[in-house]
Ligand binder design. Structure first.
Ligand code: PLP
Length: 398
């Protein structure tokens, strides 16, 4: 006997991955340069040179136990200290190594945090459009998913719209800024208003409503915009971070959970995150990746976002000039496109005829929209423009 829900989950490929794999097949048929694959969020900027050099140095070191052996479950103490110092230096946080649990990226960070909070009848609020895996994670820990519908006017966070979705069962709200898939970066005032609402509701319900800040795109911001440090705004914030996008290391699986001392029951919450990670088997993130991020934290190695910025500007300008409607992104590496056809799925299928691969946003809780990943080569962006125009023209023909 098997768990049917898990069988279904494993058997069902994500639409994005399916499109990506279709793209690989199509590239073999018509040549890689003739397929415009906007499907997947794999960073296209290479990892900084310092990161590459560090991995090479670690691979060559003979002390295999230190470099490639287990660390303690929460990560090596000096790495946790480097992360805490980095948060203190950059954001005036008051972090100690004991507040940091190193994870295999943001996904296990979010998952362990949800499991830590998932008491009986727990509800978790997510804001559409959302990262589709939130649905999977919340269900997997036994929680109820509560979705705040999207505001397609600007895709911003409208705090008034959140209030009706908070209940006595709400354990946490997940906030993802810079956002996948919209690229929206929530402003400080907006987050302050959300904090005020969460404080009011926490008092009303007699228990804290935590804010889970899922931040793999924190440093991927443009036009002088910065992503506010949410624990400095709302005391009950747990940060789930990852270097997957910022250092272009998604396959190295490295991130952390930061439980600030300001959180209600912070020590128990940290233990619960640790216990959940242990119960889920997510302990001891890759050791060599831990040492790489330790050195990067100390030396403030930052991503080069220029190529993403250029792609974003070029594609947004081209799309809007052609007559497509898109949301202007200030962060991450995605552009949300309003489907010119009523069904985004039908548009995505039509786009395939032009070798354009663009996934519909139904799984993100935003029907009628599609997501273009701009973490691709600039050449691909330039070459895709005539194809995107031909696609739109084909819909206008009688
Ligand atoms: N959260 C968001 C919003 C993401 O977009 C992603 C990956 O694309 C993740 C979490 C998972 O990140 P990681 O690869 O670090 O597990």
């Amino acid at each position: 006997m098997l768990v049917n829900e898990m069988v279904q989950l494993g058997a069902k490929r994500s639409g994005i991955r399916e499109l990506f794999e279709y793209g690989l097949k199509r590239k073999a048929e018509v040549g890689a340069d003739n397929v415009f694959d906007f499907s997947i969020g794999n960073p296209s900027v290479p990892a900084p040179k310092a990161v590459q050099d560090l991995f090479l140095q670690l691979a060559e070191r003979p002390d295999t136990v230190k470099v490639h052996g287990y660390t303690s479950a929460a990560g090596a103490m000096q790495v946790r200290a480097a992360i805490a110092n980095n948060l203190n230096r950059r954001f005036g946080a008051n972090a100690r190594p004991q507040n940091i649990f190193i994870t295999c990226g943001a996904a296990p960070a979010v998952m362990s945090t949800l499991k830590a909070m998932c008491v009986k009848d727990a509800e978790f609020v997510i804001l559409a459009p959302y990262f589709p895996e939130y649905q999977t994670f919340i269900r997997a820990v036994g929680g109820k998913v509560v979705v705040v519908p999207p505001n397609t006017e600007d895709f911003d966070l409208h705090v008034d719209a959140v209030e009706p979705y908070l209940s006595a069962h709400t354990q946490a709200i997940i906030v993802n800024s810079p956002n996948n898939p919209t690229g929206v970066v929530y402003k400080r005032e907006t987050l302050e208003a959300l904090a005020a609402l969460l404080r009011k509701k926490s008092a009303e319900f007699g228990h804290p409503i935590y804010l889970i800040a899922d931040e793999p795109y924190r440093e991927l911001v443009y036009d002088g915009v910065t992503a506010p440090f949410i624990p400095g705004i709302y005391e009950n914030t747990v940060v789930c971070y990852s270097w997957s996008k910022s250092l272009s290391l998604p396959g190295e699986r490295i991130g952390y959970v930061y439980v600030p001392d300001t959180c209600d029951d912070s020590l128990d919450l940290f233990y619960a995150v640790t216990g959940s990670a242990r119960a889920l088997g997510h302990i001891c993130a890759p050791t060599s990746a831990q040492y790489v991020v330790e050195a990067c934290c100390d030396n403030d190695v930052m991503p080069d976002v220029t190529p993403y910025d250029e792609n974003r500007k070029t594609l947004y300008k081209a799309l809007t000039e052609m007559g497509y409607t898109c949301a202007y992104p200030h962060g991450a590496f995605y552009i949300m496109l309003k489907s010119p056809l009523e069904s985004a799925l039908a548009f995505s299928e039509k786009a395939k005829e032009f070798n354009i691969l663009v996934p519909p946003c139904e799984p993100f809780g935003c029907p009628g929209y599609l997501r273009l990943s701009t973490c691709v080569s600039h050449e691909m962006i330039l070459k895709s423009i005539p194809a995107l125009k031909a696609l739109l023209d084909s819909l206008r023909l009688p």
